[in-house]
Design a binder for this molecule. Structure first.
Ligand SMILES: [Fe+2]
Ligand SMILES: [Fe+2]
Length: 180
């Protein structure tokens, strides 16, 4: 089974659990319930990982496109296409002048709300954590204070700190000077 499929079925993007956390994060961040189609976006935004041979390579990085295209077919509304397409900061950087959608912050904040043990457990089942810990596109792997993380738990704690900073400032700018 490809890593992209594994992450949806039993890994860090386990579809129902990840959706749940992102939904809660949305409500906490924006102080309102997502509407019907926003909820659909929250549920399907990562389904494009299905069948992908990597998570952060060229194929995996393009994973928002699947949900973006489907929600556009369903609604004909560009807002929902953008919501899915630019939930990824890297897609936003490439195609949208580094402007992520509202779903982006909820997505990152939702991941950060997971208990450390749960994130490590799921990532160990799918085997995806090594890819995150090795990828220098992430600020937490690339900051001045960076030292190799001793464990996935330590890596995820650093991610939680970064997400708390994003949630507080609302600034998801890629490669902020503090971290470059
Ligand atoms: Fe995603
Ligand atoms: Fe996500």
């Amino acid at each position: 089974m490809k890593i992209g499929t594994k992450t949806i079925l039993l890994g860090n993007h386990l579809w129902w659990l990840h959706s749940f956390f992102v939904y809660v994060a949305w409500v906490r961040l924006y102080k309102r319930l997502p509407n019907f189609y926003e909820t659909i976006c929250i549920i399907i935004h990562d389904w494009g990982y299905w069948g992908k041979p990597n998570l952060d390579g060229a194929e995996g990085e393009d994973h928002p496109r699947w949900a973006a295209e489907w929600i556009h077919i369903l609604t004909g509304n560009h807002y929902y296409w953008e919501l899915c397409m630019f939930h990824s900061r890297f897609q936003a950087k490439r195609y949208h002048n580094s402007l992520p959608s509202k779903l982006c912050l909820a997505d990152k904040f939702g991941v950060a709300m997971m208990p450390v043990w749960l994130w490590v457990f799921l990532g160990s089942l799918s085997g995806e954590i090594a890819e995150y810990m090795a990828d220098t596109k992430y600020e937490i792997n690339n900051c001045i204070a960076y030292k190799p993380y001793k464990s996935p738990a330590e890596f995820f704690r650093a991610y939680k700190v970064k997400c708390a900073e994003w949630a507080k400032t609302g600034d998801l700018t890629i490669g902020s000077t503090q971290y470059e």
